[in-house]
Structures are given as C-alpha cells and as structure tokens.
Design a protein around this ligand. Structure first.
Ligand SMILES: [Fe+2]
Ligand SMILES: [Fe+2]
Length: 157
C-alpha cells in the first residue's frame, strides 16, 4: 500500500482523512503557498513528513496533535502574495497566530495543537519557541518542505 509508511496506524489515517475532506480545510486549495503548490498541498506534505519523522525517530508523538497541528499550521485563509492586502509584508511574522486563531475558532483545537501551529515559524517568531515534540516536528518538517517547494519552483522557471 502506497501510504502505509506515512500513515502508520488506522487512527492517524482517520484523523487525516476527516481533516482533508473538511470543506473549510479544502479552502486552502484556492491559495498558493510556494510556486504552483497550494497551501492545502503544502500542509498535506508537511503532515506526511511530520508523520515520517515521528516514525523514523520513534518519537511516539500524540498523533491527533501532530496531524491536526501539521494540517492546520498554515490555516490563515488568505492569499499571502496579494500586495494589496494590509499586512502583506509582515505575513511571515503574523500568519502563525492567524492560523492558530482560525483553527481554534473553526475546530476548537486544544492548547497543545494551538501551540504546534503558533510556534511553527520559529525562529522567525523568535519568542515562540516550540515546547513539545509535536511542535518541534512540525516546525522542522515545514522548513524542509518549504525549501523543497521553493527550489522546485525555481528549477521550473
Ligand atoms: Fe507557515
Ligand atoms: Fe508552512
């Protein structure tokens, strides 16, 4: 099975597929993250890599916190490339808080999941240091996926 390694147990698959099917989460398909990659696909890639890191390093994370935090880490729901949008220039500094706020109000996420989303832009958001294994994993996975997507976009040009 293709996704067996990335989704190590049934619970992880169930949590992820219910998030991926949610119409509010699907809204991220209409926003571009890097190059031709949508925010939805970016979040999906970060989730897949987060689960892979957790499995490879035997970190035994809380799968619900890890998957929900990873899938919603960029749930800010706007086009960050839109130069006319107020605050566009400081998107890098502000979007983690916006995503955490949206995730809390739309999905009622718990404190630990909120922390994963809120701290994922460390060290850019220097004071928001990841303080859980799930937060560290998503923070690292996001950097790796973002670099990969940016490099891929440059190669296509
Ligand atoms: Fe982000
Ligand atoms: Fe991201």
């Amino acid at each position: 099975m293709k996704n067996k390694k990335a989704f190590p147990d049934r619970e992880a698959g169930r949590i992820l597929s219910s998030l991926r099917r949610d119409s509010r989460v699907k809204k991220m398909k209409s926003f571009t993250q890097h190059g031709t990659v949508s925010t939805f696909d970016h979040c999906r890639a970060v989730t897949k890599l987060s689960l892979g890191i957790d499995r490879r390093l035997h970190l035994h994370s809380d799968k619900k916190v890890l998957i929900t935090g990873a899938m919603l880490h960029d749930y800010f729901l706007y086009d960050w490339h839109d130069k006319a949008r107020p605050g566009q220039k400081i998107h890098g500094y502000t979007h983690a808080a916006a995503a955490a706020k949206n995730a809390r109000s739309h999905f009622g996420i718990d404190k630990r999941t909120h922390h994963v989303i809120h701290s994922h832009m460390w060290p850019l958001n220097i004071t928001r240091v990841p303080r859980s294994r799930e937060a560290w994993i998503v923070c690292a996975a996001d950097k790796i996926v973002s670099i990969r997507e940016t490099v891929m976009t440059r190669r296509k040009k």
